[in-house]
Design a protein around this ligand. Structure first.
Ligand SMILES: [Zn+2]
Ligand SMILES: [Zn+2]
Length: 220
């Protein structure tokens, strides 16, 4: 029996476009603009994916009679819409934080790993994504290494803001849902950006720490 999670974990960009018909690509790109909080707006069980966008809600369930065995619907629109695009864009972009990217079977089972090993595995998974996925990085100040960037994923149309401030986890910031949720202090976008700037800047710049202009403290 294939579960909804199996199905969504294998969902490719092209299949997602097809689910929404002729305008699929545009609707997914447009849907990528929604800023979505994984804790508050998304529910995923073995039978149902549910996204609450306040202005509309999208549901995805398994349906053997539908193309690709998936049924997607919006409670406001009667045809394919940006809300459905937002759901698919999120699924394509956030497979790791939605628990949809199953690690390869040869890996050691999670239960037997120490805290430290779990963290390094989680970072390795994000590094893998950073290498495989196509992204575009735009610097707010191309002369500086430690500055703010906008990163856009080609596969989902999603853009996030990155503040690069150092090479180690916890030193930089990304506005994506995974960064907010994973507590690793990094994400695939930051790892991608660090790899890019590592190639672009000279050693002396790479080894100069970011100047501290102000300090922010936040409490969780
Ligand atoms: Zn809609
Ligand atoms: Zn990110």
């Amino acid at each position: 029996m294939i579960t909804l999670k199996d199905k969504l974990s294998h969902l490719s960009y092209l299949q997602a476009c097809k689910l929404l018909g002729a305008q699929g690509k545009q609707l997914i790109m447009a849907g990528g603009k929604y800023d979505i909080d994984l804790f508050g707006q998304v529910t995923l069980t073995s039978r149902r994916f549910y996204l609450d966008l306040a202005e509309a809600a999208v549901e995805i369930i398994l349906d053997p009679f539908k193309p690709q065995r998936l049924k997607i619907g919006c409670n406001v629109c009667s045809t394919a819409c940006e809300h459905q695009g937002a759901a698919l864009s999120l699924i394509l972009e956030e497979k790791l934080s939605l628990g949809l990217a199953a690690p390869p079977p040869e890996r050691v089972p999670m239960e037997s790993l120490s805290e430290k090993a779990l963290v390094s595995q989680a970072i390795a998974e994000r590094k893998e994504r950073a290498q495989k996925e196509k992204m575009r990085l735009k610097s707010m100040d191309p002369r500086q290494l430690w500055t703010d960037y906008i990163i856009t994923s080609y596969g989902s149309g999603k853009s996030y803001r990155i503040a690069l401030r150092g090479w180690q986890p916890g030193e930089s910031y990304c506005s994506c849902p995974d960064f907010r949720k994973n507590t690793l202090g990094t994400c695939k976008h930051i790892l991608y950006a660090l790899d890019k700037v590592n190639k672009k800047f000279k050693k002396v710049e790479r080894e100069t720490p970011a100047p501290i202009k102000e300090i922010c403290v936040y409490l969780r």
